[in-house]
Design a protein around this ligand. Structure first.
Ligand code: HEM
Length: 446
């Protein structure tokens, strides 16, 4: 058998100089330096995969070669525990089987009603005020809070009320801390570590109250929280440990609101730059819905809006990086991937690759026009991942984004004030460092 080659080393110094504070762009430049694979200088052997066939093998692969593991997941497990994102093997499978049914059609319909109700509540109160007083407000913060409320209401029948803002702060601070944003390793005593622990205690206390209230409730709703507090461990026949229940709630809350909230925020920025796209969305909504409020049924007619969302997910895949850990030596396109290496497969890179996408940095929803046939590799576009670890919340996220946008477009015109590209904050999800300022006006009715 031919000897396997060693992937070339990325020229990291040049890359750091070019993008000192942005890991997503650093990896993107590394992708432009080498195909199909480049070696990333790192203490643990790390390889950036830049070839769609190799990416396919890793993401949709035989499970015994690439698993979730390594330093990235060790760090994620600090706040996420052994939840769905970070667990592996039998524990992951049991949890996925427990939670998956809550993302089936019957539940998605309930979540849609909750989403519409909460969006209208926000529009009736805070947004009406913003429009009447012509306030400049941070629309990114409001999207984040709205989506957290919808996720908490849909998945756990709960409302964090006054705690909402602080929970969002905990989530962002926790990610910055574990991903080395404060340069303090999570294991060594430091001020950020002390702050993290304080916030973590606060968050766990909020969750403990919610779990306890549900445990003792005599009228438990049919939702994920009830499933978590009533399910018995198949082996011990005991209730699931509190730690595991917390891990699932934190995982679903964080993945559920950050990804979707950040995506909406990127969208408002792009729509602010290209008002003709907003006009087309509004025309479509007026034409297809004829003033009817949005529902799960009628939003399926909004083909152009869906193209806009697909394009936003291409340019800003909010889960921008996917990591796996090799359990065995592997051959990827003739290159050797040693056992115990980290492999990085970034939707951000593939979805910005100029050899796959024309003018990749241009926001152009027409790329997703289904009437124009444009064959692409399956791994040219995978904002929700793939294989058995595909995003459990994909349909929930897409319907939420469609419903929120349709509700807003029927009631308000949003005027984003952000004309320069916002500075990115690539944590677990791809956010903006400062968010987007905007004003709104009431839409003229049909
Ligand atoms: C725009 C919105 C979203 C995007 C772009 C997104 C993207 C992704 C991606 C790429 C993965 C795969 C990660 C990997 O393979 O390592 C993933 C996994 C996951 N997502 Fe999402 N997601 C979104 C919304 C949601 C929502 C709304 C929820 C739940 C309420 C959710 C829950 C999860 C969970 C639990 C996993 C782990 C699944 C597993 O490993 O079994 N996501 N997501």
């Amino acid at each position: 058998m031919a000897k396997l080659k060693r992937p070339p080393l990325a020229n990291i110094l040049n890359i750091i100089k070019k993008h000192p504070n942005n890991m997503a762009d650093m990896f993107e430049t590394m992708m432009l330096q080498g195909k199909p694979i480049v070696r990333v200088p790192s203490l643990t052997p790390m390889y950036l995969i830049n070839d769609p066939d190799c990416a396919k093998r890793i993401i949709q692969q035989p499970e015994d070669v690439y698993i979730k593991g390594g330093k990235y997941f060790d760090r994620l497990a600090i706040p996420f525990g052994q939840g769905l994102v970070t667990s592996e093997g039998k524990l992951w499978q049991q949890q996925r089987e427990l939670i998956q049914p809550f993302f089936h059609a019957k539940y998605l319909e309930q979540y849609a009603k909750i989403g519409i109700k909460l969006t209208n509540q926000l529009m009736d109160t805070v947004w009406n005020d913003h429009a009447n007083k012509q306030t400049v407000f941070n629309i990114s913060d409001e999207m984040m809070r709205l989506v957290l409320k919808i996720s908490a209401g849909s998945l756990f029948n709960t409302d964090f009320g006054e705690d909402t803002k602080k929970i969002i702060h905990c989530v962002e601070f926790g990610q910055k801390f574990i991903l080395g944003y404060y340069l303090a390793p999570p294991t060594i005593p430091s001020i950020p570590r002390w702050q993290y622990r304080r916030l973590d205690r606060y968050f766990k206390k909020v969750l403990a109250d919610i779990v306890e209230t549900r445990r003792v409730s005599t009228n438990k709703p049919d939702d994920i929280l009830t499933a978590l507090v009533t399910t018995l461990d198949p082996e011990t026949q005991q209730p699931l440990p509190l730690e595991l229940i917390f891990a699932q709630i934190v995982t679903l809350l964080v993945t559920g609101h950050e990804t979707t909230g950040a995506l909406l925020s990127w969208l408002w920025y792009e729509l602010g730059l290209q008002p003709h796209i907003s006009e087309k969305i509004r025309e479509e909504i007026n034409h297809e819905l004829q003033g009817e409020p949005p529902s799960l049924k009628n939003i399926s007619k909004l083909k152009y809006l869906r193209m806009v969302i697909d394009e936003a997910l291409r340019l800003y895949p909010t889960i921008w990086t996917i990591h796996r850990y090799s359990m065995k030596e592997d051959n990827l396109a003739g290159y050797k991937i040693p056992k115990n290496s980290i492999v990085v497969v970034n939707p951000y890179n593939f979805q910005h690759d100029p050899t796959i996408w024309q003018e990749p940095l241009k926001f152009d929803p027409e790329r997703f026009n289904k009437t124009v046939i444009c064959p692409r590799h399956k791994m040219a576009y995978f904002p929700f991942g793939g294989g058995h670890r595909i995003c459990i919340g994909k349909n929930f996220a897409l319907q939420q984004i469609m419903l929120i946008l349709t509700t807003i477009f029927q009631r308000f015109d949003v005027h984003s004030l952000q004309k320069e590209k916002p500075q990115q904050l690539p944590l677990v999800s791809l956010k903006q460092l400062h968010g987007i300022n905007a004003t709104i006006t009431h839409t003229k009715r049909l």
